[in-house]
Design a protein around this ligand. Structure first.
Ligand code: ASP
Length: 437
């Protein structure tokens, strides 16, 4: 068995967290490539090293000294080193960094030092070689990841050095300059490493025991999801659940590698296991996997009597396209159709869009209602099971929540309803109580 384990910022925030990581890594010799984020927050009031580095850069941009912040960052690393009795020469590394900053250093290079130093310390602490992401994560001149070249380099490093520690979040472009990934990009590095060595499992260690069935700010103590498919993860992420974005784990999904989300602070919890397909072995007959939702949608209804529906609808869709807005749902009536679209995506552009629809489709009426929230119940076990939507709508109705739109994908993986924003929390709670408990 071969595992790649990625530890997020909160898992490496200080010496105590480093100790937990070491215990986890040593408990399973399959955990061979270790990917780390930059040290994150130790408490609510604390700051992520990555944020502090961005702040340093902002100071430099405006010609203000960033020495205070830089010494704060240096002190964080020194503290980890000293508490763990390591010998990495932080002082010399920061002296060199200051010199380089004076000569001019790109924001990407500066910010990447957060993961670089965290990984240096982790490598020494675990007694494993440090492999620099600048030597094995590559971007093309177009700024896109060069996956094949990256896979080959990570695989070669693994063959040559055996288990190692790799900093997340950055790589380099062909000219040799470091380039950052989007925020939270350590997840991408971990997925790339897992795909590169064809790992059996990609473990993503964070500070929650896996993905929860619903937002804990709305539902009290929601249950964790033991296992789910990549398809379900995609639906939940799309509907706004704070889970790993599918983009960032594409490399592992493509290679059929399982993803296990685990909690560094509760290493005995099994977390959530995500696979392409799940057959049998389901201990309970809960058929909703998770519930997620988002506020901030509007419904645009176009009415035209005796219309050639396909023509008018096609024209209206083309106009949405011009405005680069996607219709979340489309409902069709005999003499009307309606789009659910995101308010934020369109902003004030909605008035121009309506004007264009009026000009092109010549409708009898165009109506716009905002303040809509979408709530999705996601679950592979809902598929082709009769009566699920009936039960769902009944429960929502009994709670006095009016359903304004309904949509179910053809794959029946999600049922999405639109409700008034003020009913959003109630709808989520009712669904959870009725179907998850
Ligand atoms: N340190 C980076 C961030 O804070 C990347 C990561 O944590 O994955 O966004």
């Amino acid at each position: 068995m071969l595992k790649v384990a990625k530890f997020g910022g909160s898992s490496v925030a200080g010496a105590e967290q480093f100790k937990k990581v070491k215990a986890i890594v040593e408990a399973d010799s399959d955990r061979r490539i270790i990917v780390v984020s930059a040290a994150g927050k130790r408490s609510k009031e604390d700051h992520k090293i990555t944020d502090l580095l961005y702040l340093c850069n902002a100071h430099r941009t405006y010609g203000v000294s960033c020495e205070d912040i830089l010494s704060q960052i240096e002190a964080r690393f020194r503290e980890i080193r000293d508490e763990l009795g390591l010998s990495y020469d932080i002082e010399a590394a920061f002296a060199a960094l200051r010199q380089k900053m004076d000569r001019g250093m790109s924001v990407d290079e500066l910010v990447s030092r957060g993961e670089f130093f965290t990984a240096q310390l982790m490598a020494e602490y675990l007694g494993r070689p440090f492999v620099d992401a600048a030597d094995c994560v590559f971007f093309g001149m177009d700024g896109q990841l060069d996956r094949e070249k990256t896979y080959a380099a990570i695989d070669a490093a693994f063959r040559e050095k055996g288990p190692f520690v790799l900093p997340g979040f950055y790589g380099r472009i062909p000219t040799g300059r470091p380039k950052l990934m989007p925020r939270g990009g350590g997840d991408i590095t971990g997925a790339l490493a897992a795909a590169a060595v064809n790992a059996d499992v990609y473990e993503n260690w964070t500070d929650v025991s896996g993905i929860l069935m619903a937002d804990p700010r709305i539902v009290k103590d929601p249950k964790p999801i033991a296992e789910m498919t990549y398809g379900e993860l995609r639906e939940l992420a799309f509907m706004g659940a704070s889970v790993l974005q599918e983009d960032s784990i594409l490399p592992v999904r493509e290679k059929g590698i399982a993803l296990n989300i685990r909690n560094t602070n509760e290493p005995d919890d099994p977390g959530t296991m995500i696979r392409e397909r799940i057959e049998g072995g389901e201990e309970e007959d809960r058929f909703i996997t998770g519930i997620a939702g988002r506020k901030g949608f509007m419904v645009l209804t176009v009415t035209k009597h005796n219309m050639e529906q396909s023509t008018a609808l096609g024209q209206a869709l083309a106009i949405l396209d011009q405005y680069r807005v996607r219709a979340e749902h489309i409902t069709l009536g005999l003499d009307s159709f309606a789009f659910v679209i995101s308010q934020a995506a369109l902003g004030d552009g909605v008035f121009d869009l309506i004007a264009d629809i009026k000009k092109t489709c010549l409708p009898d009426d165009v109506d716009l209602k905002d303040g809509l929230a979408l709530v999705a119940s996601v679950g592979r076990k809902m598929t082709f099971r009769p009566g699920v939507s009936g039960r769902l709508f009944k429960a929502i109705g009994e709670a006095g929540v009016n359903i304004r739109t309904i949509a179910q994908g053809a794959d029946e993986l999600a049922i999405v309803i639109g409700v008034e924003e003020e009913d959003y929390e109630t709808a989520i709670r009712v669904m959870y109580d009725g179907f998850a408990g």
